[in-house]
Design a protein around this ligand. Structure first.
Ligand code: BG6
Length: 504
């Protein structure tokens, strides 16, 4: 097996989690570090310092972490490993608005590092609302907690969670705030989709095989569909979601990044900046959608009452915490073009929604129809085209639809699917995105993180649509019943081009 990427170069460090008593830390971050330990890829020496408003002792933080691991970890809690892990968990309570806390962080880090003989490398994870980034960054700087980049060890790195802004201007502001204190090479902006195994596999599929790249262009590809469908509704996140909506929450970051991986040119090396440059070039080639085109190319909708897996789900406007006249979209479908030589004229159809029929994320590359000769002479019964589908979740894998002869004396064709499932080939479930991403930060590898220019380029494109929506105003959005595959308006968007969404 050939290998590229970090892992082995992850360095001993202290992970300081701002928002340490929050949901992300409990469900994702602490379990991710624990799984890295079980997989034997964590550096031998490390510590986690949770930081939060909630008053917790180290013991209580350890108990809550144990609970989080029991409930959310990919791998089961193993008692002998837990013992060593537990003694490396610490907690500090206080308000990040108060300058004193930063001195407390410093004293605490120094104490832990002396105790565990850690070299003083620190990773600050900002799992807090963006409004708190400024005090957090300034506080860290004032307390002398940030090492200059020239001085390579010990290192200081910061991980920034989404949302990075709600439009281009606010994204720039956040980037400037963090950038005033940390050098770009110290900043790791998370887009957890980039840490997903199947998403990383995209690069391998494209560039570790010889058969795809020659046909990966407008001459052979008819169109691309990217779907991220979620069965969950807005749940308990209405306050955040009312300010976000599907375009900001999913398209601006995750889905555009998936698109970049599908559409990018081959990078000349796996150097983080070379890969990131290749991805950002796609964003720079996106045809803007503005003015009248918005209605033609973008559909937004909201879920209404319905049933998901047999359970009644209230419509979005009836969810707790949602304004009864909310016009926030829970679904968005759009068509876009990448204006470059490779992709000229190839539509990319993207769609994402909450409270849909099922959880299913995939990228489907549909190839052009064969000529209407030989096996395709009947225009009333066209041959099914070849489709390469990368399933991101669940059931990560890949399938290729090809035409085959149906057994029998007559020559009749039949579409067949060749499937590859990660689970079948590699056994154990793939690591969670946060595992890979945290390990990369420990190794200082920023390939799977968003550089400032990429965040801003994607906001610039999305803000064009948001501005159009704002200028237009609306009192009502098209609806789709919870548990369905989306609104009819989205079907029309693609049907007008003589195509159809893939069945979820
Ligand atoms: C988050 C969004 O970034 O991604 C959520 O804020 C969404 O609204 C989630 O549910 C989806 O992530 P995943 O990994 O479950 O597909």
């Amino acid at each position: 097996m050939s290998q590229a990427g970090p892992g082995s170069s992850a360095e001993p460090c202290t992970l300081v989690i701002f928002g340490g008593s929050g949901d992300l830390a409990k469900r994702k971050l602490v379990p991710a570090v624990y799984n890295l330990l079980l997989d034997g890829v964590l550096p031998p020496n490390y510590a986690i310092l949770g930081l939060g408003r909630k008053p917790l002792s180290d013991e209580e933080f350890r108990a809550s972490s144990r609970d989080g691991i029991t409930k959310h970890s990919r791998q089961k809690l193993a008692d002998e490993k837990w013992k060593d892990f537990e003694r490396r968990l610490f907690y500090l309570s206080g308000s990040i608005e108060e300058p004193q806390i930063y001195h407390d962080i410093k004293t605490r880090c120094e104490k832990i590092e002396a105790e565990l003989k850690l070299p003083g490398n620190r990773i600050f994870y900002l799992a807090i609302p963006p409004t708190s980034f400024a005090p957090a960054c300034e506080g860290l700087k004032q307390a002398g907690l940030i090492q200059a980049t020239g001085n390579k060890t010990p290192f200081s790195r910061v991980i920034v969670e989404k949302p990075i802004g709600h439009d281009l201007a606010s994204a720039r502001e956040i980037n400037s705030t963090v950038g005033r204190v940390f050098h770009e090479s110290q900043i790791f902006r998370i887009d957890h989709y980039l840490g997903k195994e199947t998403v990383q596999n995209l690069l391998v599929i494209r560039f570790a095989n010889s058969i795809f790249e020659p046909i990966w262009n407008h001459k052979y590809i008819d169109h691309v569909q990217i779907t991220v469908s979620e069965a969950e509704g807005v749940g308990t996140r209405a306050t955040y979601y009312e300010e976000a909506g599907a375009l900001r929450d999913m398209v601006q970051n995750h889905i555009l990044q998936l698109m970049c991986l599908v559409a990018m040119e081959p990078p000349y090396s796996l150097d983080p900046d070379v890969v990131r440059n290749a991805r950002i070039d796609v964003l720079r080639c996106l045809q803007p959608i503005a003015g009248k085109d918005i209605e033609k190319f973008v559909v937004r909708a909201q879920y209404s009452n319905g049933k998901i897996h047999g359970t009644e789900v209230p419509g979005y406007r009836h969810e707790a915490g949602v304004r009864p006249d909310s016009t926030v979209e829970t679904y968005v479908a759009l068509k876009l073009f990448v204006e470059n030589w490779r992709w000229a004229g190839v539509p990319f159809y993207l769609r994402t929604g909450k409270a849909m029929t099922k959880r299913a994320s995939e990228i489907a590359v549909q190839f052009k129809d064969i000529p209407q000769i030989l096996f395709n002479i009947n225009p009333a019964a066209p041959q099914a085209p070849n489709v390469l589908t990368l399933r991101i979740q669940p059931e990560e894998g890949l399938s290729l639809r090809i035409m085959s002869k149906q057994p029998g004396s007559r020559t009749q064709t039949h579409p067949v699917e060749m499937h590859f499932k990660y689970g079948d080939v590699f056994g154990a479930p793939s690591p969670e995105a946060y595992e890979r991403l945290l390990l990369d930060v420990m190794a200082g590898d920023a390939s799977l993180f968003m550089r400032r220019d990429a965040v801003e380029a994607s906001w610039a494109w999305v803000t064009g649509i948001l501005d159009g929506w704002n200028a237009h105003g609306t009192k009502w959005l098209p609806e789709y019943p919870a548990g369905s595959a989306g609104p009819v308006e989205a079907d029309r968007l693609i049907q007008n081009d003589g195509r159809a969404w893939r069945v979820l």
